[in-house]
Design a protein around this ligand. Structure first.
Ligand code: FE2
Length: 300
């Protein structure tokens, strides 16, 4: 074969191989990440929080559904779903099948924009120069069954944490929770939960979909000790040894996923478990759920 033909064919072949890997292999290569978070008073028994996020479920994702079910072996004390759960109007039964082993446990959830608005095809490269915030703003009427999704969870006893506060028992911990709806589509109303979180609680937990710094600063200032978010997909298509190109919100690239800090609070951002059905690929950023084990602070 002449060199002038072989080189372009080689590039095309490499591209197709990469696309196949990202959409078939890595997209289904679910990982469990584990972090210890030293946030409890000395002497307290460790407590396990399972965070799931960004499932973007469609009815046929059997591997994902079964993998989430398998996490029941971790025996978490609390399950937190940080939103973008469904991507299809008929996905609620699939979601309930995924979380069925956890519905008897304490649970919390917030919505993400994708729970309200069905996915549309978009140029994936647009994230390089802007976030998807304006895409959702153009749409006024939710076309996904977000209320039914919420009711399915609240009727099992999970708490709807969209722009509200709550108090619950997790193991032997008294937990104060503050949550907000998705800032990505301007549904966050931090003013409704503003004020010092109860100082006497054993844990003050903040929950949101998009890790927007202006909200996280307020959570931390109000005394919330651990903040949980999703939304970023960890960058979704990442560069090996470099990381995410974009975060799709105001947070910096260094904190696009994993455990970090925001002011005085611990922050965990989940890279999530799914993708938009119109961008079904992950590269150097496997889908994940996280087990956060809360442990006592080291006594000084
Ligand atoms: Fe998402």
């Amino acid at each position: 074969m002449r060199k002038v033909v072989a080189v372009p064919l080689g590039v095309v072949g490499l591209g197709l191989t990469g696309l196949g890997y990202a959409s078939i292999v890595e997209r289904n290569w679910f990982r469990l990440r584990r972090f210890d978070v030293p946030v409890l008073e000395p002497g307290r028994r460790p407590v396990k929080i399972l965070q799931i996020s960004d499932l973007h479920l469609t009815p046929g994702r059997t591997r994902l559904i079964n993998w989430v079910r398998s996490l029941s072996r971790l025996e978490p004390d609390l399950v937190v779903n940080t939103g973008d759960t469904i991507s299809h109007p008929d996905a609620i039964p699939a979601y309930l099948r995924a979380v069925e082993p956890f519905l008897d446990l304490p649970g919390l959830f917030v919505y993400g924009s994708n729970d309200m608005y069905s996915p549309h095809f978009k140029n994936p490269a647009r994230y390089l120069w802007r976030t998807s915030k304006t895409d959702s703003k153009k749409r006024n009427i939710p076309d996904l069954p977000w209320l039914e999704l919420g009711t399915a969870m609240t009727s099992a006893g999970w708490l709807d944490m969209n722009n509200t506060t709550a108090r619950l028992k997790v193991g032997d911990l008294d937990v104060a929770v503050g949550g907000i709806n998705d800032s990505h589509i301007d549904l966050d109303r931090y003013d409704r939960i503003a004020g010092a979180a109860p100082a006497e609680a054993d844990l003050r937990l903040g929950v949101m979909h998009s890790p927007e710094p202006r909200n996280m600063t307020r959570f931390a200032a109000d005394g919330y000790q651990l903040l949980l978010a999703g939304h970023t997909h960890g960058g979704q298509l990442c560069i090996p040894f470099y990381g995410a190109l974009v975060t799709n919100c105001g947070i910096d690239r260094a904190r696009v996923k994993g455990l970090s800090h925001h002011d005085s609070a611990w922050l965990h951002v989940s890279a999530g478990l799914g993708t938009s059905p119109f961008a079904p690929a992950r590269f150097a950023c496997p889908p994940e759920a996280t087990l956060l084990t809360l442990v006592p602070r080291v006594a000084r």
